[in-house]
Design a protein around this ligand. Structure first.
Ligand code: AGP
Length: 610
């Protein structure tokens, strides 16, 4: 999703900006651009469709040089991906602006600006902001005041970086809804969408809050609220390290990350398990007292993280007396919900910056829940900072857009949370000891599933020419099937849907023929006999089945049944283990189809707009 990098320094900033953009590439984008104020105090802008490498090439042919500048990677929302729509946007070579977010009232603002004689070069909502700042500058005394006045007219979400030849020693920034961080250097200062962009130049950061306005010069950073009151925001030293961008023996980050899962699960468990107890591993205040008061858990997340939440509901309700509801953030945030007592509000997110999940958290806080807890992979993210409690996944940086190791480590954390809730409430069923025993087996069991790699690669050949696929599971394997279908959709562009296997006969069975491959996950759980009957219903209607089945359940290879035999695994961790073959299957299908596995079309890693 859109990424911003800005710099004001005593040295040329173009290379700093380009390196920052390269470090934001993992977020997903379709074009990139940079604007600097040159020695003649003129805005020099360069933009390119496609990768940062294309922008670099243009800059090599026509170099730009300046000590203050802004840059951007764009993920199209308003207007197609093109050079014309790429940021920075200008207003009569007098204002240059980069923007992350969506301006909801841009159409009415655009009409008003056109009637005042402004000419638009792009279809973006961002260009509206550039002209609006230009317009307000007519009555305001400084660029800072003009940005403040202009943003008063905006509805929606934004993080903005603004420069102008009028004030060549100033970089103005502000945020509302979209993340923006200030990086503090020596005689130089920076802005960026995340710390990764600025790690080569500093490790000291100020995390801007909604409504903050910042005036950066080379030697100072001043932050003000909407009323113009000066704010004193804390400076944080980041422990984040640079993304490990070394692919090693792997062709794609997704495959590297699939294979890292035994280690990332091990890292997530490290120091958190006792002999038959779970150590207190949730960060925050009054954790035990809070867990003892929980009557209900409400989980909110998006995409893959939402699927992790769905699995956790099965776990929580089967292992404790605490009820659980799970919902996607984009729906929850706009839905009225009656207030209930004792609700632990849990958000799950790899990035910790997902706009819908953040908005849902804000809503939950205003609804006065018992406490908010985030399960997240990025320690300094917005969700972590906004939540009362946090439980970290230790997956390491995930670069592939399709989430893999973040998902399995989220499941590990959710199981720790279920165990901690049981433990805090006087676990009488031996739930905690069972969780601990099984989690300890997990890394080794994950290694053994990865050994199925070659077998699954062969299976993938059956899918490459297909247009649709169905994924089936029952109980806590149904969300595993949903995750499998999402993986296939996002990286191979094959339409895939997941169903609880018992639901087939209520409609989807009509789709079954030999052009519709049906994938099912079949561990040896209490529902296995039910699942087997559902699979028979498919087979007798000519469906082609691809099963990941426990070797003890007695499903054997036949004409239209392809079976990958799985080891017998404990029921509580089966969803984590059965996720792996589905990740591998999607990966190999995508490779056969020749898609851009790590950066699938239209998608972004960090979804910072609504
Ligand atoms: C998963 O493969 C996707 N890339 C996507 O569904 C993702 O899980 C979702 O956008 C939520 O992101 P988050 O975990 O960073 O909040």
């Amino acid at each position: 999703m859109c990424g911003i990098v800005g710099a004001i320094a005593q040295r040329p900033v173009v290379e700093i900006l380009l390196e920052g953009l390269r470090r934001l590439e993992y977020r997903g984008y379709d074009s990139a651009g940079v604007a600097v104020l040159d020695a003649n105090n003129t805005i020099q802008r360069t933009r390119a469709l496609g990768r940062v490498a294309a922008l670099e090439e243009k800059l090599q042919q026509q170099p730009a040089r300046g000590m203050v500048g802004i840059s951007h990677t764009r993920w199209a929302t308003h207007g197609e991906p093109s050079e014309r729509n790429a940021h920075p946007h200008l207003s009569s070579n007098h204002i240059a602006i980069v923007h992350n977010g969506i301006i909801e009232n841009y159409e009415e603002l655009r009409e008003a600006l056109i009637s005042k004689g402004y000419h638009f070069e792009s279809e973006t909502d961002t260009e509206v902001v550039a002209h609006l700042i230009e317009e307000t500058l007519k009555t305001e005394s400084s660029l800072f005041d003009a940005v403040k006045a202009a943003t008063k007219q905006l509805r929606g979400a934004y993080a903005l970086g603004v420069i102008s030849p009028d004030e060549p020693d100033t970089l103005i920034a502000t945020r509302k809804g979209s993340p923006l961080i200030v990086g503090l250097g020596l005689g130089e200062n920076f802005i960026g969408s995340d710390v990764q962009a600025m790690l080569p130049v500093t490790n000291r950061f100020i995390y801007l809050e909604n409504g903050d306005f910042v005036k950066l010069s080379r030697h100072s950073v001043e932050i003000f609220d909407t009323e113009g009151k000066k704010l004193d925001r804390p400076i944080k030293e980041s422990k984040a390290c640079s993304l490990d961008s070394d692919l090693g023996e792997f062709r794609h980050y997704m495959m590297k990350e699939i294979h890292e899962q035994p280690q990332s699960v091990q890292n997530t468990l490290e120091g958190r398990l006792g002999r038959d107890t779970i150590k207190q591993c949730i960060e925050g205040e009054n954790v035990l007292e809070t867990l003892q008061q929980v009557k209900e858990v409400q989980i909110i997340a998006c995409g893959t993280s939402y699927h992790a939440g769905l699995i956790a509901r099965y776990w929580l309700e089967s292992m404790t007396d605490i009820s659980c509801s799970v919902e996607v953030a984009s729906e929850y945030r706009y839905r009225r919900q009656p207030q209930r007592d004792g609700v632990l509000f849990v958000t799950i997110s790899q990035s910790g910056e997902t706009a819908d999940t953040l908005a849902a958290l804000e809503k939950a806080k205003s609804n006065k829940c018992l406490a908010t807890l985030t399960i997240c992979n990025v320690a300094e993210s917005s969700l972590i900072r906004e939540s009362d409690l946090s439980l970290m996944t230790v997956a390491g940086a995930e670069i592939g857009v399709a989430s893999t190791k973040a998902f399995t480590t989220q499941l590990v954390c959710l199981q720790l949370l279920v165990g901690l809730l049981a433990q805090a409430n006087g676990d009488s069923l031996g739930v905690v000891a069972n969780i601990v025993t099984n989690l300890k087996k997990l890394p080794v069991l994950l290694e053994s599933v990865l050994d199925k790699d070659a077998e699954i690669e062969i299976l993938a050949e059956h899918f490459a020419e297909k247009n649709h696929a169905l994924f089936l599971g029952r109980g806590d394997q149904y969300p595993v099937a949903m995750e499998g279908a999402l993986k296939l959709k996002e990286i191979s562009y094959i339409h895939a849907e997941a169903y609880p296997a018992g639901e087939l006969k209520h409609g989807p069975l009509a789709l079954v023929d030999n052009e519709m491959p049906i994938v099912a996950v079949a561990p040896n759980t209490t529902l296995i006999e039910k699942l087997k009957s559902n699979l028979e219903e498919v087979r007798s209607r000519g469906g082609e089945l691809y099963l990941f089945a426990d070797k003890k359940v007695g499903i054997s290879q036949k004409d239209n049944i392809h079976v990958v035999e799985m080891e017998d695994v404990p029921e509580t961790i089966a969803p984590i283990i059965y996720t792996i073959p589905l990740q591998l299957l999607s990966y190999y299908v995508a490779v056969l189809k020749g898609t851009d596995v790590d950066k699938p079309r239209n998608l972004a890693k960090s979804v910072t707009v609504e």
